[in-house]
Write a protein that binds this ligand. Structure first.
Ligand code: GLU
Length: 378
């Protein structure tokens, strides 16, 4: 089994399962949390950014509200999430503060990662927290999400967050230490799988459906998370979190399953931008901007000659050269009315016109896909 060094990754998303953080009788496991936070602080010292996706709100809220072990009605689990989340966030911010690390709570719903406009906003907020040196502490907004439109498990949520923020590693800490050739509770001879090159149907068949008592996601949702992460070019690790210093334990060579990133990541996100939707408008750009795009740069307002169509921030627009030939598509960062006002302006002048500080690009390069074979010769 090859060693992994977590500090060799740039931006790690760590998902913590409820069973690790919450004890049914005693509530929040503070010492364990302190040990995990010490690991996070060490990673940050070595230059690795960390995002946390923390479960445990519902489990903790059950204890706080005295709901016992019985099955909860939807509104009861939502009330539990409300009571639990406030305590959970408090504990995270206190423990991180002991290491002089700032934190910010971000509660997301399914729509925040699946709808373009909200996706851009969520990504900008979390990205800004990281830029400001804070650890984003993320959970699903369980108090308002209704059952049809929620993730329901933080494994897949963490995978979406990881890909949204360009993490190169997703770590799922839970009460299982990795993938076995069959669910160990059902098969005594189950083999441990230390490394997974690719999540094939055979690998998926190993998952079974078991979930632990406190958490929702079993191995199945973990493999779903793995597909999301590895297809987007991130590695994923499943490791047991129940020991103290669970991240340091991975570095020390403790058992875990490593899922390798796909060697040819297809950005589902970019495929989604390029295909599917009819662009809601067009931006006609000058040759300088066109050359910049070809070098993988963002589209700045300065290079935009003309704005056509009625679109909103987050809509797909076509980017065309002065010859009218489509060169790219992307998610525009401004509503059409604002785009018209700032077209041709240098970044420094945009604030004067809009009255607020501009996002630097009309279309960020991460949100931009060059149109293949658009027929232009140069
Ligand atoms: N969002 C849920 C909570 O914080 C946890 C979901 C999960 O266990 O994956 O209680």
């Amino acid at each position: 089994m090859s060693r992994v060094s977590l500090s060799s990754y740039k931006r790690i998303t760590v998902k913590i399962g409820s069973a690790l953080l919450v004890d049914r009788a005693a509530g929040l496991k503070r010492d364990w949390l302190a040990s995990l936070v010490a690991d996070i602080a060490a990673l940050r010292k070595s230059g690795t950014e960390v995002l946390v996706v923390s479960s445990g709100a519902i489990a903790l809220g059950r204890t706080i509200l005295g709901l016992g072990r019985r099955r909860l009605k939807l509104e009861e689990s939502q009330a539990a999430a409300a009571a639990g989340q406030i305590a959970l966030a408090h504990a995270w911010s206190e423990e991180l503060a002991r290491h002089s690390i700032k934190s910010g709570q971000v509660l997301v719903t399914l729509g925040d990662t699946e709808e373009r406009r909200r996706y851009l906003n969520a990504r900008a907020t979390i990205g800004t927290l990281l830029k400001l040196g804070a650890v984003p502490v993320i959970n699903e907004n369980d108090t308002v999400a209704t059952s049809e439109i929620r993730y329901g498990d933080n494994d897949r949520l963490a995978a979406r967050v990881a890909t949204m923020l360009g993490s190169d590693l997703l770590v799922l800490l839970s009460d299982v230490d990795g993938l076995y050739s069959a669910p160990p509770a059902e098969a005594a001879d189950a083999r441990f799988i230390a490394e997974v090159e690719r999540i094939t149907p055979e690998i998926e068949a190993m998952a079974g459906a078991a979930a632990s008592e406190l958490s929702r996601g079993g191995m199945r949702t973990k493999l779903d998370a793995g597909k999301i992460a590895t297809n987007a070019g991130a590695a994923m690790i499943i490791a047991a979190g129940s020991r103290e210093h669970p991240l340091a334990a991975i570095d020390a060579g403790e058992r875990r399953t490593l899922f390798k990133p796909s060697p040819a990541p297809v950005s589902g996100y970019k495929t989604w931008i390029a295909g599917n939707l009819e662009p809601a408008g067009r931006l006609v750009i000058d040759d300088g901007a066109l050359n910049a795009l070809r070098q993988g740069k963002s589209l700045l307002a300065a290079g935009v000659r003309r704005v056509e169509g009625r679109f909103s921030r987050g809509d797909t627009v076509a980017v065309v050269g002065e010859d009218g030939i489509e060169a790219a598509r992307g998610l525009v960062a401004y509503d059409a009315a604002d785009a018209v006002r700032i077209a041709g302006l240098k970044s420094g002048d945009i604030e004067k016109v809009l009255g607020y500080e501009a996002r630097s690009a009309m279309i960020h390069r991460d949100d931009l896909v060059m149109t293949a074979c658009h027929g232009r010769t140069h």
